[in-house]
Design a protein. Structure first.
Lengths: 300, 361, 313
């Protein structure tokens, strides 16, 4: 028993080899595309690249030009308005619908199917439908006027000051179902006994929701917030389809600014600078969340 | 007697946590060894290391005198049975049994022969074409044992195989596993937290705690002569009664004093000479105390507090020497709370531990 | 003989006890039209109408002729149903120089979606399986980078990808777009599969290893057959996601390979010619049809798919 045989220790690199092979696409994507691509773009945002990337450094010139551009300012303002109201409305409506759906109602799956189907549609389809519904000559405005209410005006897509709200209506139609489903899943995850206890204690239903259920659903709210918020920053197709950024530049958004400068205005430097600003916006949302989510508990 | 499985200085760390600490264990050929301990003691970890499912941080594992520390599980000559049965849900019983053999590329005739033999031993012939979902818990575990059986291996590993079954099935399968061991005479290593399983099945029991083996002995020794306070408290249900006190001498004979009550230690087989003045713990099993029996040198008065009739037995709780203690008596002997009883002890069955080192004296 | 007073008392007592018997018993009656129900179902029904109106308007508009659209209102059902807008949208609508309708975009979307879905799911499922069962040092770090990378706006990464694809020589082709969809589908799919495989009992994996099965044998013979539902969920996520994509289609393909969404947008928002709203709506429905069918057929699995994005790892 004492003769300790020498056994070939498998080469460390070759051990678990199949798993390493299977991970190559993940590693390449994470390192080359996500990290590499991001670093590359941030790097070239400090150059004066026009049609092709060039490594002539100009410091913060691109950023100064960006923040001096009226179109960028409008884009940022639009994103702020759109983001603020989209979050508020989708959360309030989504939660209320979910709470209603959670009352052991009949036809639950029918209602859920109806609330969620727009989410299966693309932003292009959504934008085009709402472009048609909000068409002042044929859509809602026309219908109301033909009912005898001739002074009625509702044409957001043709009015610079409120066009972004027209986009907002379409976005809410498309996305509230998602929030509803996530909230409903959160509500279903709450222990039945909590409800029994609050009934025995005689706490009214609305108070139970506000004081007990919503605080318990904090993780669901945070996850939903991150998902919805990162979707908001990326908004692009919807605007392209519904308004093409018009009238004028009244409904421009940052993502569209990036695309137009990179692929149409042939001003890569501006595109890189604008996309870096988008990255910073997302980081403000993601970093605190990732810190809370992954920072606290390290698993082995 | 040949050694079948041998573990040398086995250490396993998960980050900063040491699960197994320089553990040594030799298991004889054909032995039924039970690893017993509460959850988190490292018993399943040790079994997984022997199976090759966990890589040790340090140390070696030998099976049949072959160093298998770096071998794949399939090359170690082991079969394993899991608590959750771990049957492949999409395969029929027959396919479950033959999966490993098919992977190894064994020829069809030999596979059929082995499956037939296993299903005969375990009497699962009629179930062969069923899916695991259509089996009861007991049948599933039989199939899981069969999967280890067809591998025709030297060593069987059981990881809490009966814990998911109800009490009745558990005792049935326990007998069956014992019968299997008597017929096959393979080495079996069996992990459990159930002391009844351990006591009934094992040739030897290894009681583990915090990654260390506390005692490795045959069941009767473990029960009658526990090595230390932990083992004494762990084995036996209801648990052993402990009295904290001091060793003295009375009339020139060794004795034990607690709260002014003296226990004569006549008949106690001490490992070392008893030193008066030593702080010690006296352990008395509830079933080793007689109630209202013939008088001995150790006869004490006590008052019944609570009675717990359990059918065959009757457990009475008494106040004695300033603390609560339990005594097991026959089920037909009843005492009302408040009754005065006379207790007598057989010191040859008692245990005495050093209060500081907690080791048996 | 008992006196009258006592008898009365006894009778009263009996009455009283009978009275309590005739009190509330059994099921408490609940009116069908309680305030609660009216508010509950009323609100839900109103919301449902709001969600359904656009679909309804799309359908009725696509079935009307242009003169009828100009005369009537968008909510009225078609007086005379015509399928001509659908035919036109499918086979004749113009984008730029081509006038062969959406059928071209449909074909392209099919040719993009099918290989992208298969390749991305294959890669991600094997990778998720490796993450759950065959860990090696540093693997989780790459995975964390991958998941966090999913939140980076695509705009930040598209130009470097354009350069890489151009260097490889597949920029502008269908294969280039398939690679892009595989890359950007990877975080969510890998997360989905990793979590699923990690939720399977570990003892099953151990049993298979004791049986001598290796990486691929366990994947193909144990894990894969057990995981069909999660593969369906992954397919739902990918089919709808890739079919609905617009940005990657515009950036990474040449016009002859444009997917359906891009072509639809070009048809509807083209500035030339008279606007044919009925054709536009028919084209819009056609483009939304594939994800809608997937949605209605898959039902609960679709919900599971979007919830998968929300559950943390």
């Amino acid at each position: 028993m004492t003769d300790y045989q020498v056994v070939r220790r498998p080469n460390t690199l070759l051990r678990n080899l199949n798993s390493k092979i299977a991970s190559i696409p993940m590693i390449l994507t994470a390192l080359v595309v996500f990290v590499g691509g991001t670093v590359w773009t941030v790097f070239y945002s400090f150059t004066n690249s026009k049609l092709l990337p060039r490594s002539v450094f100009v410091g913060f010139d691109q950023y100064e030009r960006l923040w001096a551009s009226e179109r960028w300012i409008v884009s940022i303002q639009n994103l702020a308005i759109y983001g603020f109201f989209a979050l508020i409305f989708s959360f309030v409506v989504g939660f209320v619908l979910a709470a209603f759906m959670d009352q052991k109602i009949r036809f639950e799956s029918v209602f859920r199917t109806i609330f969620l189907y727009p989410f299966a549609l693309s932003f292009i389809v959504t934008g085009l439908v709402w472009q048609w519904l909000l068409n002042p000559d044929f859509g809602v405005q026309h219908v109301v006027r033909s009912l005898g209410w001739t002074g009625f005006t509702f044409d957001p897509l043709y009015t610079q000051s409120i066009v972004i709200y027209g986009v907002l209506i379409a976005a809410l139609w498309q996305g509230t179902g998602l929030v509803m489903v996530l909230m409903l899943a959160g509500l279903r995850g709450i222990d039945e006994d909590i409800w029994k206890a609050s009934r025995v204690d005689g706490i009214p239903m609305v108070k139970t929701y506000l004081l007990i259920i919503i605080p318990m659903m904090r993780p669901v709210f945070i996850t939903t917030l991150v998902i919805v918020a990162s979707g908001i920053v990326k908004v692009y197709d919807l605007v392209v389809a519904q308004t093409s950024g018009g009238p004028g530049i009244a409904s421009e958004v940052p993502a569209k600014y990036v695309y137009d400068y990179m692929f149409q205005a042939q001003n890569l430097g501006q595109g890189f600078a604008a996309s870096t600003m988008m990255l910073i916006t997302i980081s403000i949302i993601i970093i605190p969340w990732a810190y809370l989510e992954f920072g606290g508990k390290k698993r082995g | 007697m040949n050694t079948s499985v041998s573990v040398k200085d086995l250490t396993l760390k998960f980050g900063a946590v040491t699960v197994l600490d320089k553990l040594n264990l030799d298991i004889k050929d054909g032995e039924f060894l039970v690893l017993l301990g509460s959850s988190g003691c490292g018993k399943s970890t040790l079994l997984n290391c022997i199976a090759g499912l966990l890589e040790p941080t340090d140390g070696q594992i030998f099976i049949k005198d072959k160093n298998v520390t770096w071998e794949e599980p399939k090359d170690r000559g082991i079969g394993m049975v899991f608590q959750s049965y771990a049957l492949y849900p999409q395969m029929s019983v027959e396919k479950n049994l033959s999966f490993g053999l098919r992977i190894a590329g064994m020829d069809k005739a030999e596979i059929d022969k082995r499956v037939a033999r296993a299903s005969e031993i375990l009497q699962i012939g009629p179930l062969l074409q069923r899916k695991p979902a259509a089996l009861s818990g007991g049948q599933r575990q039989r199939v899981a044992i069969g999967r280890a059986l067809v591998r025709d291996v030297d060593v069987f590993l059981f990881d809490e195989p009966l814990s998911n079954l109800d009490a009745k099935l558990r005792s049935e399968l326990r007998v069956e596993i014992k019968r299997l061991h008597q017929n096959l005479k393979n080495t079996m290593i069996y992990v459990t937290h159930d002391q009844i399983e351990a006591l009934t099945l094992a040739d030897r029991i290894a009681i583990m705690r915090s990654g260390l083996i506390q005692q490795l002995d045959d069941p009767m020794t473990i029960y009658n002569e526990p090595n230390n306070l932990y083992v004494a408290g762990f084995i036996g249900s209801p648990a052993m009664n402990f009295f904290k006190g001091e060793i003295t001498s009375a009339d020139g004979r060794p004795a034990f004093v607690t709260n002014g009550v003296t226990f004569m230690l006549d008949g106690y087989r001490a490992k070392n000479p008893l030193q008066p003045g030593t702080k010690a713990v006296l352990g008395l099993r509830p079933e080793h105390i007689s109630v209202d029996g013939p008088e001995t040198v150790n006869t004490h008065q006590a008052v019944v507090e609570i009675e717990e009739p359990m059918g065959a037995d009757n457990l009475i709780w008494l106040k004695h020497a300033g603390q609560s203690m339990s005594v097991r008596i026959g089920g037909n002997r009843r005492y009302r709370p408040g009754a005065q009883v006379k207790l007598a002890y057989d010191m040859s069955l008692a245990s005495l531990f050093d209060a500081e080192s907690e080791l048996r004296i | 003989m008992a006196d009258q007073a006592t008898l009365n008392t006894v009778a009263a007592a009996a009455d009283a006890s009978r009275g309590s018997l005739s009190g509330p018993r059994g099921n408490r009656p609940r009116p069908l039209f309680s305030t609660r129900n009216i508010v509950l179902y009323g609100t839900l029904t109103l919301a449902a109408i709001y969600y359904l109106v656009p679909l309804y308007v799309m359908v009725v508009t696509s079935l009307k002729s242009m003169p009828e659209i100009r005369m009537g209102n968008i909510f009225s059902p078609p007086v005379e149903i015509t399928f001509e807008p659908w035919v036109k949208a499918w086979a004749q609508a113009c984008t730029g120089l081509n006038c062969d309708g959406l059928s071209r975009g449909f074909g392209n979307s099919i040719r993009i979606t099918i290989p992208s879905v298969i390749i991305s799911i294959l890669i991600a499922s094997i990778n998720g399986y490796a993450l759950a069962n065959w860990r090696f040092k540093g693997m989780e770090t790459f995975f964390t980078v991958l998941v966090i990378g999913a939140f980076i706006p695509y705009q930040v990464m598209i130009y470097p990808i354009v350069i890489v694809l151009r260097e490889i020589g597949i920029y502008g082709t269908l294969s280039g777009l398939i690679v892009v969809h595989t890359i950007f589908g990877m975080p969510i799919l890998t997360l989905l599969f990793r979590n699923y495989f990690a939720s399977l009992p570990e003892e099953l994996f151990k049993a298979a290893r004791v049986d001598g099965a290796g990486f691929w044998n366990i994947y193909f013979r144990i894990m894969l057959p057990m995981s069909l539902p999660i593969f369906v969920v992954a397919m739902i996520i990918q089919i709808t996601g890739i079919w609905n994509d617009f940005l990657f289609g515009v950036v990474f393909t040449r016009p002859e390979y444009y997917p359906m969404t891009v072509q639809l947008n070009n048809i509807v928002n083209s500035v030339q010619g008279v606007k044919e709203y009925n054709v536009n709506m028919a084209a819009t429905i056609l483009t939304g049809l594939v994800p809608l069918i997937v949605y209605f057929v898959s039902g609960k699995l679709f919900v599971r798919g979007i919830a998968a994005g929300a559950v943390k790892g």
